[in-house]
Design a protein around this ligand. Sequence first.
Ligand code: SF4
Length: 191
Amino acid sequence: MVLVDKNQCVGCGICVSVCPEAITLEIENGFARIVKESMDCLQKVIGACPQNAIRKIKDRLFFAVGTDDRKTLKSNGHVGKSAYFQIFEYSEGNLFLKETRENPKYKEDETKVHGDPGKAKATASALAGVDVLVGTLMGPNIVRLKNQFVCAIVRKDEIDDVKDVIKNNICAIVDEKNKKGGRERKGIILK
Ligand code: SF4
């Protein structure tokens, strides 16, 4: 998978001139965006960027967004108490909805205290295959969840806006994922 680090990209357009089939400039915000990862010329683009803003990673990335209504982030409680998790795959600069999973444990957790290990286990079991858990609040169980996921806090309501925030921070998310397990991960706030 190829990524553009929007914190490094200055919109010079060199990459587009090298490989117009695979990369485009988003005129309105001035960043480069990958549109087709299968093009051979992308290899040349990685070396041509003067900002080292284009990176290649091995794995695909899956995001889980906690929601009660499938349109907005859960905002009145910890992400583990969401009714649903929407699962998105990041690919070619975009997030695609793959599935919506019910959170079968979220009601059963009402009697337990914040930070109960059982809550973290229930959340983790509902999120097999996920790399990044996204919510407005994580609670004390973040110390357990960050062993399995990148835990990302986003201060947005609409899931469509959250997708833009994720895209703008994709390289920071990958850097957090590549840290060695939960001890080095702290959880990140995406702006
Ligand atoms: S070459 Fe690098 S800095 Fe220039 S637009 Fe492309 S990604 Fe951005």
